[in-house]
Design a protein around this ligand. Structure first.
Ligand SMILES: CC(C)(COP(=O)(O)OP(=O)(O)OC[C@H]1O[C@@H](n2cnc3c(N)ncnc32)[C@H](O)[C@@H]1OP(=O)(O)O)[C@@H](O)C(=O)NCCC(=O)NCCS
Length: 180
């Protein structure tokens, strides 16, 4: 497990699947904001790649986010689009609604940075998020990400086009935290 101050990033377990499906992926409005594609229901028992991790897929590494003190599942975190030529990747993060606003997001971004830069030897990490997603923007900026641009009307979200912000962090600008 990778450890931050309050959260750990571990492998996906079978017991995580129904929680993630019902508390994250069944929420249409929340999924429309957080996912890059259109919402559709996931059948119970499905091996949909959002839920069931393919350990052979090198470019996409999903984690379950848990609390370090009691192991409670609080969400998912992913390093995706891992490009070993350009040594770059993207960060994705989605916490259960009950776990938001408690500092876990910032901590999870720190742990993903440790995984990307220290474990995988990457040079650049990138985050794309909706321009009104202040919690994600702050979680990124607290970890040293800088806003690099706005993708105007790039996201179709429940009947309207919204802007996305691109944030980047380069390895030389990353400040490792102890504990990961
Ligand atoms: C985005 C997300 C991962 C952030 O994690 P979080 O645990 O809620 O965020 P934190 O508690 O670590 O807060 C980070 C910062 O954002 C601020 N913040 C948190 N919620 C906020 C809100 N609703 N509005 C404005 N600011 C907010 C916090 O005050 C903190 O700022 P600070 O560093 O200046 O004190 C989480 O809210 C989430 O899963 N949201 C839904 C899915 C999503 O949007 N994923 C990102 C898709 S790119």
């Amino acid at each position: 497990m990778l450890k931050g101050k309050t959260v750990g990033l571990r492998a996906r377990h079978d017991v995580d699947l129904p929680v993630l499906r019902t508390e994250l992926y069944d929420d249409v409005a929340d999924s429309a904001r957080a996912d890059s594609g259109p919402w559709r229901p996931i059948t119970p028992g499905s091996t949909h790649p959002r839920l069931v991790v393919d350990d052979e897929e090198d470019s996409h590494v999903p984690f379950s986010v848990v609390l370090l003190d009691d192991g409670t599942l609080v969400g998912t975190a992913t390093l995706w689009g891992i490009d070993t030529h350009h040594r770059a990747a993207h960060i994705g993060l989605r916490l259960l609604p009950s776990a938001r606003g408690k500092g876990y997001g910032s901590d999870a971004v720190a742990v993903l940075c440790h995984y990307g830069f220290a474990v995988r030897g990457l040079q650049r990490l990138q985050i794309e998020t909706l321009a009104d997603n202040h919690a994600m923007l702050r979680s990124a900026e607290r970890n040293g990400f800088v806003r690099e641009g706005v993708l105007r009307s790039s996201a179709w979200v429940m009947g309207e086009f919204l802007d996305e912000v691109v944030l980047g962090l380069l390895a030389p600008d990353w400040t490792p935290r102890t504990g990961s």
